[in-house]
Write a protein that binds this ligand. Structure first.
Ligand SMILES: Nc1ncnc2c1ncn2[C@@H]1O[C@H](COP(=O)(O)OP(=O)(O)OP(=O)(O)O)[C@@H](O)[C@H]1O
Length: 352
């Protein structure tokens, strides 16, 4: 209804021409990136395997090929098999020049003893920046050593998957100046690395980014993937993050997501779903004829349009029961499974 009114106003009353199409956007944007970066310019970008950074990476890669360097940081907080899956899709399938850095032990060491949610985010963010900068230096050194003539430019550009809503949010109401939100600046990378920004998605909304992803040949499962937070499982385990808790979180999450995927249409009807570990909370259970005292896990599935507000999904009880049985039977160290039915607000989507 709302879009019909807007269309009528813009097209019928104001007689606006409808000449912007995704088919035209792709070649124009590729040409723009080529002209901007020049014949030898090198671009680097952090790619999480999420929709925004992957679509942006795909576009730049199609524009300048190997001169785009994607970096995936395996922070040890990714889901089961995720680093390998992202590597396979990006490198083998999408032919993106990708470096995967295994920094999982470094993040785990840095998170030792950290329990406060904001402090966890800071520790993860700081380490992410350090790892990214170290990797950028190594890539730059390798580029400089390369005998290929096309590879003798310095890395001067940073690719970011900023979308139009991020740009709108960052417009100052008090004056003409604009400040780009640090959200997509990955903790202030451009400022400290003196790189120029390329933001090819900054005029697009999320649904257009998805359409673009499909146009660029990205697989559907990636294009319609639920959002996954940068700090990953680090904020899906309350309290201290340990190797043991990570293992539990990974296995429970995999079971929940696999079961969701097995029900036709369910994954796409949910905006975000995950299993989280209630770190400090243990409960008594029975295993065989033995008493157990083990971890509690919570399942959360929400529906939202804009992620500013959200409601818990009305999951079928038999389905939830099946997930719960699989988790308690298959994942060592779990005695109970809870379902989080809280809306946002007052809760947030993630637990921390
Ligand atoms: N593990 C990671 N490795 C490399 N880059 C990452 C990683 N986690 C996050 N990033 C970078 O930080 C950006 C912001 O992360 P955030 O979790 O806010 O993602 P987002 O806004 O959902 O974007 P995306 O869909 O690309 O994940 C990502 O777009 C990506 O460039």
């Amino acid at each position: 209804m709302g879009s019909a009114i807007l269309r009528n106003f813009a097209v019928n009353i104001c007689e606006a021409r409808q000449h912007w199409t995704m088919d035209e956007f792709v070649p124009k944007e590729i040409a723009r990136i080529r002209a901007l970066v020049g014949e030898k310019g090198q671009v680097i970008g952090a790619v999480s395997g999420g929709v925004d950074s992957t679509v942006a990476a795909c576009l730049v890669s199609q524009a300048i090929g190997e001169r785009f360097h994607a970096v995936l940081v395996d922070n040890g907080l990714l889901r089961l098999g995720e680093a390998q899956d992202v590597e396979k899709t990006l490198s083998s399938y999408l032919k993106i020049n990708l470096t995967v850095v295994d920094a999982s032990q470094r993040f785990l060491d840095a998170l030792k003893g950290v329990t406060e949610p904001e402090e966890k985010r800071r520790v993860i963010g700081r380490n992410f920046i350090e790892v990214f900068q170290e990797t950028a230096k190594k890539i730059e050194a390798a580029v400089a050593d390369s005998p290929e003539e096309a590879k003798d430019g310095n890395i001067e550009w940073l690719l970011q998957g900023t979308l139009y809503p991020d740009v709108i949010e960052s417009i100052s109401y008090t004056g003409p100046s604009q400040t780009i939100k640090t959200h997509h600046n990955v903790g202030g990378l451009p400022a400290s690395m003196h790189l120029k920004l390329i933001e090819p998605l900054n005029m697009l909304f999320k649904d257009e980014v998805r359409e673009l992803g499909l146009k660029l040949g990205m697989p559907e499962h990636l294009v319609f993937r639920h959002p996954y937070p940068g700090p990953g499982l680090g904020i899906r385990i309350t309290g201290e993050v340990t190797a043991n808790q990570l293992e539990i979180a990974r296995r429970c999450d995999k079971i929940f997501l696999d079961e969701i995927q097995a029900v036709p249409g369910l994954y796409r009807s949910i905006s975000q779903a995950f299993a989280a570990v209630l770190g400090g909370v243990k409960a008594v259970g029975v295993v065989g004829d033995q008493r157990s005292y083990q971890q509690c896990v919570v399942l959360r599935a929400v529906q939202t349009k804009d992620y500013m507000t959200a409601t818990a999904c009305n999951l079928d009880f038999a389905f939830v029961n099946k997930v719960s049985s699989r988790i308690t039977n298959e994942v060592r160290g779990v005695s109970r499974v809870f379902l989080d039915v809280t809306s946002k607000p007052p809760a947030t989507i993630e637990l921390e």
